[in-house]
Design a protein around this ligand. Structure first.
Ligand SMILES: *Cc1c(COP(=O)(O)O)cnc(C)c1O
Length: 366
């Protein structure tokens, strides 16, 4: 088998050891040292073999992020996009308002959904007249409402390759973070976080499950006049076994989190993300007229490295030769064009080195 170097934006690379274990467990899931005689897909979500996986995934999340009792870990469905709606549906009661920071397409989407549900302001927006985003706002550019219930931000802008290096100072107003494209790759100031959510399919698993971490006081104050399937409280009270969870997705999430812990946890991944993205940015900075990285340095993403080449023809050739060299998924988002290397948790430094060598070799022939 020849596995490629996978730079897909999501769904994305998973650790090989996790996939190999899944291959085995797809036929016969072991439990307490014995085979259960059936596939992990065939198990009830109300029986011990699955429950062990489920609760371990919750415990791993808490351990990796160093969460205490103030936060609850939930597994939900509908992707990160469902959270764009569920956050305001649960929290934004009449008479309250939230601030949204618009730093990219996903952040804009979240703000649009919130406006359908309740009252929200745009407290910062770095969209350029041509529709691109090349940086996050400076603290001095923010127009924050000190009475806001929360400030929503997207920690990493997956499409344009920008990120909040430091989270903004929002005073006593807590943050709600869409961390889909950098979850577990950086530490989080939990004392300031009311809610963090992330579709698993970029850094911590396959599609089908969304990790949601909610502070308990927000959970308790959540609206109860919305359908129960949309309430965080329903999921919290049932430890995310309110209805049938996506068992296979949670199984793979658990495997990926175990792998992250074995490698050295969030601190290791944070350093590794800096090293991996730094190697690609170094090539761009060494030849900035050829590898044109549009994002301002302080706002550079460590999980989605975006650059352009001097002409669309060169970009096309770059992508086709990269594919031949076993480097896949490097095409920029359909709305932005160019090149994007998504370097999530399971993309190895070895793969990045192959990419960096390929870039240098391509430069010589261009
Ligand atoms: C991919 C992505 C989304 C959308 O996630 P879905 O799970 O497809 O709904 C939302 N926000 C960010 C930051 C993303 O990277």
């Amino acid at each position: 088998m020849a596995r490629v170097h996978n730079f897909n934006a999501g769904p994305a690379a998973l650790p090989l050891s996790v996939l190999e274990e899944a291959q085995r467990d797809l036929l016969e899931l072991p439990h307490e040292g014995k085979s259960t005689g059936m596939s992990l897909l065939e198990h009830s979500h109300r029986e011990a073999p699955y429950e062990a996986i489920h609760h371990e995934a919750i415990a791993l999340t808490k351990r990796l992020y160093g969460l205490g009792d103030e936060h609850t870990v939930l597994f939900m469905q509908g992707g990160a996009r469902a959270q764009f709606a569920l956050v305001p549906m649960n929290f934004l009661k009449p008479g309250t308002s939230a601030d949204y920071l618009v730093t990219g397409t996903w952040a804009e989407g979240a703000a649009e959904e919130a406006a359908l549900v309740g009252s929200r302001r745009i407290a910062g927006n770095t969209k350029l007249p041509d529709g691109r985003f090349v940086r996050v706002p400076k603290q001095s550019e923010l127009d924050l409402d000190p009475k806001a219930l929360y400030v929503h931000l997207t920690s990493n802008n997956t499409l344009f390759g920008t990120a909040w290096g430091n989270y903004p100072d929002t005073g006593s107003v807590p943050l709600v973070i869409d961390a889909t494209s950098d979850v577990m790759t950086r530490s989080v100031p939990w004392d300031r976080v009311a809610c963090l959510y992330a579709g698993a399919q970029k850094n911590i698993g396959p599609s089908g499950v969304t990790l949601v971490i909610v502070r308990k006081d927000f959970l308790e104050a959540g609206r109860t006049d919305i359908p129960s399937i949309f309430r965080y409280k329903s999921f919290a009270d049932a430890q995310s076994l309110y209805n049938t969870p996506p068992t296979f997705s949670i199984y793979l999430l658990r495997g990926t989190l175990r792998w992250i812990e074995q490698q050295g946890g969030v601190a290791w991944l944070e350093a590794e993300s800096g090293r991996k993205s730094g190697a690609v940015y170094a090539v761009c900075d060494g030849d900035p007229d050829f590898f044109r990285a549009p994002v301002e340095k302080e706002s550079r993403s460590r999980t989605n490295v975006v650059f352009r080449l001097p002409t669309p023809e060169l970009e096309k050739r770059f992508l086709s030769e990269a594919t031949k060299a076993g480097l896949v998924g490097l095409k920029g988002h359909r709305s932005t064009g160019g090149i994007r290397a998504s370097i999530y948790a399971a993309v190895s430094m070895d793969s990045v080195e192959v990419l960096v060598d390929f870039m240098a070799a391509f430069r010589k022939t261009a």
